[in-house]
Design a protein around this ligand. Structure first.
Ligand SMILES: Nc1ncnc2c1ncn2[C@@H]1O[C@H](COP(=O)(O)OP(=O)(O)OP(=O)(O)O)[C@@H](O)[C@H]1O
Length: 196
């Protein structure tokens, strides 16, 4: 298993959001976490990433993880290529420039790789966040609303990138409020895990 959650519960701000969440994710698998706003989907991804301690239960990751969020740049004045290279070095080390160039090309941002991050549009920021995940080359992807702000070509690209990652033995957990084609993905309905 790449990721295994056993009877995980999560509390935030003194409130129990969900409990009894168990899941096993093997190489090539995908899981879509569903539920209304505020139910705890992002919190579940943070727990799975190891950034938030579970209130209860066990989280086991057997592979390095990339969490896709909007946090792209420490310095928004730096260029997209520089920012992504900074993260790629931190995430994994060698050949960062090459990995970043390939990732930027995949997400369709090559023409603007040299502009400061602060100038990116909403959809471009999403594409850039996906490029960071791609460049990290880690097996476990946790994608929080990866399709937000993407145009139809961007959504098709996202679906393709996820499919390729899984075909290469990677695994994905994602949240989405919009329809995304992720063939064979299992669903985790978080609203069924809210304590009474
Ligand atoms: N740092 C925090 N401290 C206290 N409460 C928090 C914190 N972060 C989130 N919460 C609360 O936890 C709950 C779940 O938030 P979360 O972002 O996980 O929901 P979500 O299902 O991802 O929502 P959405 O669909 O709107 O993205 C919300 O009620 C939110 O206010």
């Amino acid at each position: 298993m790449i990721l295994s959650l056993t009877r995980v519960a999560c509390a935030r701000g003194g409130r129990l959001l969900f409990a009894g969440v168990s899941l096993d994710l093997a190489p090539g698998e995908a899981m879509i976490v569903t539920g209304p706003n505020g139910i705890g989907k992002s919190s579940l991804l943070r727990v799975a990433a190891g950034l938030l301690a579970p209130f209860d239960g066990i989280v086991v990751r057997s592979a390095p993880v990339a969490l896709m969020t909007d946090d792209l740049a420490l310095d928004a004045e730096r260029t997209l290529a520089d920012v992504l290279t900074f993260w790629a070095r931190l995430d994994r080390g060698g050949a960062a420039r090459e990995r970043v160039a390939a990732a930027i090309e995949t997400v369709g941002l090559s023409p603007i790789a040299g502009i400061p991050v602060r100038l990116l549009s909403t959809g471009q920021r999403r594409r850039a966040a996906l490029a960071r995940v791609l460049a990290s080359q880690v097996p476990l992807w946790l994608l929080d609303e990866p399709g937000n702000g993407l145009d139809s070509a961007g959504l098709a690209m996202l679906e393709q990138v996820i499919a390729r990652h899984r075909a290469g033995g990677g695994a994905v957990v994602l949240t989405t409020h919009q329809p995304l084609s992720v063939p064979g993905a299992r669903t985790l309905a978080l609203d069924e895990r809210v304590p009474a």
